[in-house]
Design a protein around this ligand. Structure first.
Ligand code: FES
Ligand SMILES: [Fe+2]
Length: 467
């Protein structure tokens, strides 16, 4: 491959490849110019860059892989992915969680072939090696005869990832040297708590609905902080909702005047609303007909939420669209890479476990109608992301970088809110920083080279990492 010379000739600086003595022949990526916001389109289409992402990002980062409520009982399992690698999330007989690579240690056959279930053991259907749900290799046919008792069975368990949870959401990483999940999420948790850590009873995941999109995985992560597109891309969908559901009109004017903000911590991009004291959170499913249900729920649960999160977060901060690095999207939704030009999308709905049934139903339907496989907003979005991805395959087109210059120089620390905070709701600050984070991972030899923002926020209230 010859990114360097082509790129430098084509468009000045973007994707430079150079030798770094400390990294052997590893590539050095410089794909975003923080001063101008110019972004190299090649990262959306080149197979070699994608292969590097699988190793340097998906091989190292803490990845969302599921939720504890998907494996509630002993011996439950749920089949999931870490990047392209198939992984079994299990709860063993003692109630402990495991993330196990679904690859038989003999020749590599998958030992689980279904989406979920309950099993103490997994038998490989090729030659019958059988593993416990904690990953240990329990039985090998012909261990004494065929292997003459010489097989080192204890060393041949399923490969296990590190696993940690945040408020019931399960994360896993292959990196032994990764920091704790708490440090990885950092001050982003200050915002995430306002959705995922509100209630004593925790949350429950429904789903997922899965579908394939002809897009690069980063386009949808980047889009999580893109409020700029909403009044244009979603104009017709929003008009329908204004007319039939009584939802507020969407306009650029309103968005430019909005006091809402973006914030960025450790690769995670959040957008949030500065809420009125007593307004319920504005989620999918809210309409003129259902607002009463939401207000009632808000009022009855507020004392508990305030105890858990403190007054500022409980009453005034409402998390909006957000992404968790690298591929977590708007709640428990996953952009699973399937090659540079394809993404498998997993859409879960997360609901407070103790929410009244009529409200659960309203949110479930609202979530599908907006962002499910046939959701009005989802369809608007995918069409854009596909065009963005396709543009990056053109040898001529990608000589000309993307422009992510919006709001350059208009973000910084804020007295009340953690992270790097944009002055306006409409900004590309989070996107520029997302691609900077991407560079940090791609250029690092190990976790020791990946910077982490220290935790500085004040976490008022009783909520913790464990819920
Ligand atoms: S590949 Fe699994 S037992 Fe041979
Ligand atoms: Fe959108």
């Amino acid at each position: 491959m010859d990114y360097g010379t082509r790129l430098i000739r084509g468009s000045c600086y973007h994707h430079r490849e150079r030798e770094d003595p400390s990294m052997g022949t590893a590539r050095k990526y410089a794909v975003i110019d923080p001063a101008t916001g110019k972004l190299d389109r090649r990262i959306f289409s080149e197979q070699a860059i994608y292969d590097d992402e699988m190793e340097k990002i998906f091989g190292r980062a803490w990845l969302m892989i599921g939720h504890e409520s998907l494996v509630p009982a002993a011996d439950d399992f749920f089949h999931t992915y870490m990047g392209e690698d198939p992984v079994i999330l299990t709860r063993d007989g003692q109630g402990r969680l495991h993330a196990l690579l679904n690859m038989c240690r003999h020749r590599g056959n998958r030992v689980v072939r279904c989406d979920d279930g309950n099993a103490k053991r997994f038998m490989c259907t090729y030659h019958g090696w059988t593993y416990g749900n904690d990953g240990a290799l329990d039985h090998v046919p012909g261990e004494a005869e065929a292997y003459y008792g010489a097989l080192d069975r204890p060393s041949l368990g399923l490969i296990e990832a590190r696993i940690e949870t945040y408020a019931g959401i399960v994360f896993a990483t292959w990196a032994k040297d990764a920091p704790s999940l708490e440090a990885y999420l950092g001050d982003a948790r200050w915002y995430l708590d306002t959705v995922f850590n509100r209630r004593d009873g925790g949350m429950q995941a429904l789903g997922p609905i899965k579908w394939l999109e002809p897009v690069n995985w980063k386009t949808m992560v980047d889009n999580c902080s893109d409020n700029y597109h909403v009044p244009t891309s979603h104009l017709s969908s929003a008009r329908v909702q204004t007319r039939y559901l009584g939802r507020p009109r969407l306009s650029h004017e309103d968005q430019f005047a909005s006091p809402n903000k973006h914030a960025f911590v450790n690769g995670h991009g959040v957008t949030f609303r500065e809420a009125d004291d007593n307004a319920p959170r504005y989620v999918h499913g809210v309409s003129s007909e259902t607002i009463r249900l939401f207000q009632e729920y808000h009022d009855t649960t507020m004392p508990e939420v305030e105890r858990r999160l403190g007054t500022l977060r409980a009453r005034r901060v409402q998390l909006g669209n957000h992404s968790i690095f690298p591929n977590g999207i708007l709640g428990l939704r996953l952009a699973l890479p399937r090659g540079p030009l394809k993404t498998e999308f997993w859409h879960f709905v997360l609901l407070d476990r103790d929410m009244p049934e009529d409200l659960r139903r309203v949110i479930r339907i609202g979530s599908q109608a907006n962002n499910g496989a046939a959701g009005m907003f989802e369809q608007d979005d995918v069409d854009n992301w596909r065009q963005v991805t396709t543009a990056s395959t053109s040898g001529f087109g990608r000589r000309h970088p993307q422009d992510l210059s919006m709001g350059t120089g208009h973000a910084g620390p804020h007295p009340d809110y953690p992270g790097l905070v944009s002055e306006r709701y409409i900004s590309e600050n989070n996107q520029r920083l997302f691609y900077r984070r991407w560079e940090e991972f791609m250029n690092a030899a190990s976790w020791a080279d990946i910077p982490l923002d220290p935790i500085k926020a004040r976490f008022d209230g009783t909520a913790t990492m464990r819920g």
